[in-house]
Design a binder for this molecule. Sequence first.
Ligand code: FAD
Ligand code: SIN
Length: 523
Amino acid sequence: MKLKTDILIIGSGISGLSLALYLSKLIPDEKILLITKEGLHESSTFYAQGGIASVWNSNDNFEKHIQDTLIAGDGLCDEAVVRKIISQAPKRINELIELGIEFTCNSNGEYDLGKEGGHSVRRVLHVNDQTGQSIEQTLIENVRKASNVEIKEKWCAVNLFAKNFRCYGVYALNQESQEIHNIAAKTTVLATGGAGKIYLYTTNPDIASGDGIAMAYRAGATIANMEFYQFHPTCLFHPYAKSFLITEAMRGEGAILKDLRGNDFMEKYHPQKELAPRDIVSRAIDAELKRSGDDHVYLDIASYKDSDFIKSHFPGIYNACLDFNIDITKQPIPVVPAAHYCCGGVKTKIDGSTEVKNLFVIGESACTGLHGSNRLASNSLLEGVVTAYECANSLAGEIQKLSVEEFPEWEPGNAVPSTEAVVLSQNWDEIRRFMWNYVGIVRTDKRLQRAKKRINLLLDEIDQYYWDFKIEKNLVELRNLATVAKILIVSAISRKESRGIHYNLDYPNKSEMSRPTVIRRPW
Ligand code: FAD
Ligand code: SIN
């Protein structure tokens, strides 16, 4: 089946949903189709805990937030982009409040501002420790009311149709009928989030397989800064807990990292201790684990805050940990670092425009220049909503001048239903494991070269599988995962220094001349 729309949005996190809402108000006569590969709410956005950063009270000002962002980004931020995003944060957040999001207030009735690593003052608006859930639900309620937005859940984008650096739309798998449709659009916007699933341990949900970055790469877009994959220091360590984050805001409220013998250790690594930038805290934990041979450290809030404070500030974490028989009001929480956020992505302007005509990328899949070589905590929900706003305004001015052009239907060739699902699961597992071991928190040239050899072999095997067997979501994701892993490895090999989140023992210092890394087809 062929479908046509004016604007196609792929993804239903904060960036995709915000874009749909802004567009529905700016251009109510244009048709907007939003597809998403799982249920509408399933996204990294839904799981965000700490909150959204913005200058909010008189202790703070834009210059401080800008400087904190630039310091975290360690020389590779685009300062003009940083200034533009940070300075419109209060406006965009007020719009979220008008939509119905009730950020947590203190006893004076003012917004309770959280503190996270790298921020010089309290500036993180939050809804207890379930900010993302509240944002996602509110956006969904509003988008469902927009009359020109059609939503298709469980539709997985497989590949863009692009020729000569122009995008015509996408091939998408309807997971219920198992058919591949082509959706032609004047403009296609990828809002597909990050790629945490390339690593064995991640805070990200399963949807984060780097689909948008891989699709844009195949369509000819430039991919930037992929070596900067941020590791969050504190993911719950428990055999049955999958990807559960313990928010940095807990350290902001005084929780202390300790080894298994009860000794705190952050003082050895940074004067800001627990609230040092994330790369430093993650590396410190990694060093402690390597030194001691332990498999986790502890985050202790119980010794510093009373039970009522903990339950009222962190109700989501309290209840989730209790399900694993950990009472965080009485005992320390076992934690390990895990892959968390993709600071690189498809190189875009602030409005999401790319080098491929009619292809826009917003949110975590994009690399606007805000984060440089390391993202400041709680700046990404902000980037998602700001880039959606900028994208909507650019599209509203252009869309009437564009037309929908059809493109050929999906060619299934001789593909037959898969008989060897074991190949897929083996390859998934292998990539995630060697990415963790060879391309993780601390890297060396030897390990990176080893990873490159492995990924080249696997890419060939996966490519063969892709053309021989009928398309299924697992295969689409595996192919994308492998592509993104390769881009990350090649980017990491090309950076001959340690900067921000990228730490290579063979080049432990920063080089004087440092630029963003860019990768284009072919590798
Ligand atoms: P997402 O919210 O990830 O949405 C991506 C969407 O694209 C999903 O709907 C997905 O299903 C869809 N999709 C993907 N591929 C396809 C495909 N092939 N076809 C169709 N649909 C597809 N940031 C902060 O600023 N503050 C925080 O407190 C915070 N806490 C976090 C906590 C956790 C546990 C995690 C994982 C992240 C956190 N982050 C936080 C980061 C932040 O949540 C994300 O960067 C942000 O939500 C990304 O939004 P997005 O719209 O770009 O992508
Ligand atoms: C957290 O709550 O620790 C996550 C914040 C972020 O990733 O920005």
